[in-house]
Structures are given as structure tokens and as C-alpha cells.
Design a protein. Sequence first.
Length: 214
Amino acid sequence: MLKQLLWLTIWGVVFGYMEAAVVIYLRDIYYPEGFSFPLVIIEDRILLTELLREAATLLLIWATVSLAYKRVQSRFAAFFLLFGLWDIFYYIFLKLLLDWPESLNTWDILFLIPAPWVGPVWAPLLVSIGFIYAGTTLLFYHQKKRFFHFDRSFILIGIFSALLIILSFMIPVSSILDQNIPTDFPWILFLTGFLIGTGVFLYTVYRSDHADTK
């Protein structure tokens, strides 16, 4: 278990560096004086390349966890773990190499699929911390041969919380597409989705532990 977690952690850290390296190259081309809003319009070929690269990254993470685990639930747990590590160390390496972001309130482009996601850096970092906690917790339970039953209610609530978070990242998109500088992040919407998702996960873990003590 610990050996698998060690190698997954190494994978997440290394891939965080690779992601940061790609972004550094792009910023040297399009933002030679440093990244800032409003966005520079890039050509369609490069945009398509970035979209496919992001999709390939998600597929690569899934392929990695599928090689490491047989159970689907363990694969999802490891996927969340890797995603969280990848995202956090992406920002760590950008800070080390570019001294960016200036602060946790600095705005960034987070994702491009199916449309640009934007938000202050603290928001995706908080999601990544939640992913790492949830993924690691599940994997430790799986090591003990204990697997959770995620019923329909959990799945629906989880999807709802995820949609709230995604919506909070996409609401400011209209301003950046109009070549404006984003200023207002719907943090109440974001935190509502994050707390709902966190709460339902913690309740499921608590319910499982409580049932095992009976």
C-alpha cells in the first residue's frame, strides 16, 4: 500500500512539473512580459492542441490508475489522488520557476474543456486538497478490504456539488472572452458546492465506521 502510494505521489509530482514546463513555454510565446489578463487570443491550431493535451492528460491519469488497481472504486480513488497532486505541484513548480502566482488570489485559466474555466488560484487548490484527502482515505480503507457503498443519493449529491463548483469557474468566463479582466468570483457558489461534496463524503465514511462498530 505504502509503496503504491509512494509511486503514485512521485507520478503526481513529476507530472505537475511537466505541466508547468508546458505552460512556461506557452507563456514565453504569448506572454513574454508575464501572464496577465486580458487574454491573448491564440490561433485555432494551438487552441485545439491544448484541448487535446488536456484530454490526453486525463486519459493518461486514468490509464495509470487502471494499471495500478483492479477495482473501479480504487481506480477512482487513485485518480482523485493523482489529479490533486498534479494540480498542486503544478502551481508549486510555477512559483519556483516563475515566481507566479503572486498570491493565492491571483486569477488563472484552470481548464479549457468544454469551455475556459477561470478562478483565483486558491479555489482549484482547495479542490485538489479535497481530492487528495478523499482518494487517500478510500485507498487506506481498500487496503483493509473495506469498500464503500456509494448509493444513488451519494452519487446525485456528488454530481450536484461538482456542477456547482464547475459553474462557479465558468460564470466569469464571459468577462474574459470579452477581453476584460476578471474581478468577481462567485465564491459563495463555489464553497457551497465544495462543502456539500465534502460533507456527503465525510458522512459516508462516518456511517461506514459507525456500522462496523455495531
